[in-house]
Design a protein around this ligand. Structure first.
Ligand SMILES: [Zn+2]
Length: 500
């Protein structure tokens, strides 16, 4: 995400962690059922946990299974009155998953949309209160949005299942815990879909945990004339029938749920190539005109050079495609949606290289918990510095000095960026202190160890997730030095660190 040009609204309310699940949702443990296990031992079956254990978003994500693939069939009518942000979504999701424990029920996250039918491996599940039925809890006050699906037959650890969920409703403009727009944001001409951190459930039933990556297929049906753009590559030509066009996209690289998009609008698509023939597909809203369009075109024209530059520093570009979605509507920030970042109103050079940098730092290697967000934003900001130096516009040393002076003048050393708090995920310090910490690390251990460590980090945790402690360990190995005190000073301590 990039919020450097426009301040993101931060809720005035003090951070309060949710500590309990809503009534009606049971915890992970259940009584033994006595089902025979293969070895003849009694197997215990129970429901998967209704949360993935993230301290900032305890109800996000679920336990007991690993999603392999989401197949999302979305039919969407944009607002009939452009002044009223209400669209209509009718959808079917087929989720292929593997149980990681013996399950008699499991949960998905789904917010603000009503489920009408569920089947498991082609067999209907009834809607009701019984243990083998499906139920839906929608509780905005506790930010709990859970769909529970009973499993009969029960699912043994290691077994796969395909769960099909029909759902839909009226879409609006959802907000995150700080009051910022996110998720399926209804716009005058379609929808702008940016889900960091926990907005994915506003448009599909999901295990909303960045640690559970999966591949995706999107079939998005919109009124003829509208364009729908998602992650990855087109899965064939759009097909039009009776005034509706279906756009198919296939995202074959594992992806965290917050990085999925299916943006809809009056877009013009253009197709290009990056290094080694990498497909680059840009979607620019026809409402982006004048200086904004000139700036956007100039920045997007640099994408191949930026990819080449970052590949030299950090290793091959990690995914099957790249590109941009530039919407004339605004959520006041850009997001690094995988393979195809979304930009509000304009894509400028700084923001494009920032979102490209996230494809390595954040998308290929994702935060294990949301408190690890500085690993995304510190790196993407540092990549802006590296690119500006490469382009001869500034030096990394000067940007470091200026950033430290700015943090000094605003007295911003108080925040522990390795655990900034739920509503400070996108605070200025996460970006700027994060980037400064990386530059200080480079000064301390030298270019050779710093870039070798970065490549090792990307290699070891590619298509996966990792923690700040994992990053510290990789950098200690790369440098052969003990760095606990350094990282504490630069990430966690509440006062100005010693300068390199
Ligand atoms: Zn970012």
């Amino acid at each position: 995400m990039n919020n450097l040009t426009k301040a993101r609204r931060i809720a005035a309310a003090a951070m309060a962690l949710m500590t309990a699940c809503a009534a009606g949702i049971t915890s992970a443990q259940a009584a033994p059922q006595g089902d025979p296990a293969p070895q003849g031992e009694p197997a215990r079956y129970g429901p998967g946990a209704p949360g993935s254990g993230d301290p900032y978003f305890p109800s996000a994500g679920n336990g007991g299974y690993d999603v392999l693939h989401y197949d999302l069939d979305l039919r969407y009518s944009p607002p009939s009155d452009p002044a009223v942000p209400a669209g209509k979504l009718t959808a079917e999701a087929t989720i292929t998953l593997r149980a990681t424990q013996n399950l008699d029920a499991l949960n998905f996250d789904l917010r603000g949309l009503a489920v009408t039918a569920v089947d498991v491996d082609g067999k209907d599940v009834n809607h009701g209160a019984g243990p083998s039925d499906w139920t839906q809890v929608q509780d905005d006050a506790s930010r709990t949005w859970e769909l529970t699906v009973g499993l009969r037959p029960k699912l043994k650890a290691g077994q796969k299942a395909a769960i099909t969920i029909d759902y839909g409703g009226t879409t609006g403009r959802p907000e995150d815990t700080t009051g910022a727009l996110y998720g399926w944001v209804t716009t005058a001409d379609g929808a702008m879909v940016v889900s960091e951190p926990d907005g994915a459930p506003t448009w599909y039933p999901v295990n909303d945990d960045p640690e559970d990556k999966a591949t995706y297929s999107f079939h998005i049906t919109v009124p003829e004339g509208k364009t729908a753009v998602a992650n990855g590559l087109p899965g064939g030509k759009p097909e039009t029938k009776a005034g509706w066009t279906t756009w198919t996209w296939e995202a074959r690289d594992p992806m965290a749920s917050y990085l999925a998009t299916a943006s809809i609008g009056d877009f013009t698509l253009s197709y290009g190539k990056g290094p080694h023939g990498l497909p680059i597909i840009n979607a620019v809203d026809r409402g982006v005109t004048g200086p904004a369009l000139e700036k956007t075109n100039a920045a997007l024209a640099l994408q191949p050079q930026m990819i080449a530059f970052l590949s030299d520093l950090f290793g091959p570009y990690p995914f099957e495609a790249f590109g941009a979605i530039v919407d004339d509507d605004s959520v006041d920030y850009a997001l690094e949606t995988q393979t195809r970042p979304v930009y509000s109103e304009v894509a400028d050079e700084d923001t494009v290289v920032h979102e490209l940098g996230h494809q390595w730092f954040g998308n290929s290697v994702s935060p294990a918990d949301w408190k690890d967000i500085w690993l995304n934003e510190g790196w993407a900001t540092y990549i802006q510095w590296l690119w500006a130096e490469h382009q001869g516009k500034s030096t990394v040393a000067k940007q470091f000095t200026d950033t430290v002076a700015d943090l000094d003048s605003k007295n911003l050393w108080g925040l522990n960026i390795a655990d900034p708090g739920r509503d400070n995920l996108f605070a200025e310090q996460v970006y700027h202190r994060g980037a400064a910490a990386l530059h200080a690390l480079r000064a301390k251990i030298g270019d050779q160890a710093f870039f070798a460590g970065a490549k090792e980090w990307l290699d070891r945790y590619s298509n996966s997730s990792a923690t700040t402690e994992d990053f510290e360990n990789v950098m200690e190995e790369a440098s052969g030095r003990q760095l606990d005190a350094f990282f504490n000073d630069w990430l966690r301590e509440g006062d100005r660190p010693a300068m390199p």
